[in-house]
Ligand binder design. Sequence first.
Ligand SMILES: Nc1ncnc2c1ncn2[C@@H]1O[C@H](COP(=O)(O)OP(=O)(O)OP(=O)(O)O)[C@@H](O)[C@H]1O
Ligand SMILES: [Mg+2]
Length: 404
Amino acid sequence: MDQNILIIEDDLLSQKLHAKIVEKAGYKVTLANDGLEGLLKADEQEFDLIISDVMMPNLDGYQTCKRLRENPKTAQIPILLLTALDNLESKIKGFEAGADDYLSKPYEPDELMARVSVLLRRAATPATPLQVREQLGRVISVFSLRGGVGISTVASNLAVGLSQLWGQETALVDLALTSGQAALMLNLPLRNTWADLARIEVDEIDQEVVGQTLRPHPSGVQVLSAPRRVEESELVDAEKVQRVLEILQQSYDYVVIDLPHIFSDLALVALDISDEILVVLAPELASVRSSALALEVFDTLGYDDKKVHLILNWIFERQGLPKPDIEAGLGREIRMVIPHASDLFVRAINFGTPPTLENPDSPLGAIFENMAFAVSKAEQKSQRPENPTEAWKRLAKRMRKQRR
Ligand SMILES: Nc1ncnc2c1ncn2[C@@H]1O[C@H](COP(=O)(O)OP(=O)(O)OP(=O)(O)O)[C@@H](O)[C@H]1O
Ligand SMILES: [Mg+2]
């Protein structure tokens, strides 16, 4: 095993400790005493993985990580951050800086080596080139004109649900570019993002480039993440979004899009190309009003009523507007209701494990499985698959029960 690992650590005792553990596992080790030295060495030599301390003078671990990601030579190297703090804030900071994983000190040597080997294995898996299919995939957008109603929650769980249900190629596209959370919700590193596609010309965007930009999630979903930094999102224009979505539509069975809360050019491109739009609303006046507005715009755009569906999400615990009142107000039926479920959702956000995956037998997992089925291709819904997945069997059982 000739794999070379760079360890960036200012504390000499810790440095020795990490080095000993890593060398004992059979890897070659190079040491750097601080972030700057780490950047230099990473630029001069070839590394398979970088382990970096977070708290260091001058350039801390987050800044080092950001700089490594900005340099094309080191942008793809897996990075594991080590920190004394075990809290969500530092996890998010590390994640935004582009780290792949995160371990709090003190750690067990076995734990460190387990993470290292997972990261190395993941890096060694080549991006699967996208293949053009005969039939276009089904594109489903999740939208609301109001923030915080659960768009990202629905989009990520729906994508996982679809992938589990059919075992087919499913992509999750985060188009909430300035506040994207899809990757965070699924605990994926922000290595490749829309920013990579924004930097190249639109006619250079092809199956290969798009395939390399998506990141695989253990559920089978491939995720196209929002950029790490807000400035980078400005480089993404409607023409590029159109091109990327067309490629995804040709190469995936299902494409789920997490949309921003405005009718921007980008959002319109996505809404146009979508076969189905799920408008999520909370049981409160402001959310109902903004949904009415959205429905009006869809009408003006000439979208078929069958393309747009309402999902009521009980994001809060207190009493809200009754469903029949909302339906009467909007002159539309609500297709699905998501009950309030704070524990599970908070867990999902903190651990990047959507209930659909973590807890498929829970009522909430079932709701997203049902939702996935509801938005699936008609021809798929009408017959038993040749090799039904576990999710499909669960769903069929629930349906049989309901019919009785
Ligand atoms: N049914 C629910 N029960 C309890 N909490 C929920 C529910 N749905 C969503 N949430 C929580 O509400 C918050 C907002 O959800 P989410 O981030 O999915 O919304 P969003 O519309 O994408 O927001 P943003 O405007 O930030 O993009 C999250 O903390 C999420 O965990
Ligand atoms: Mg969101």
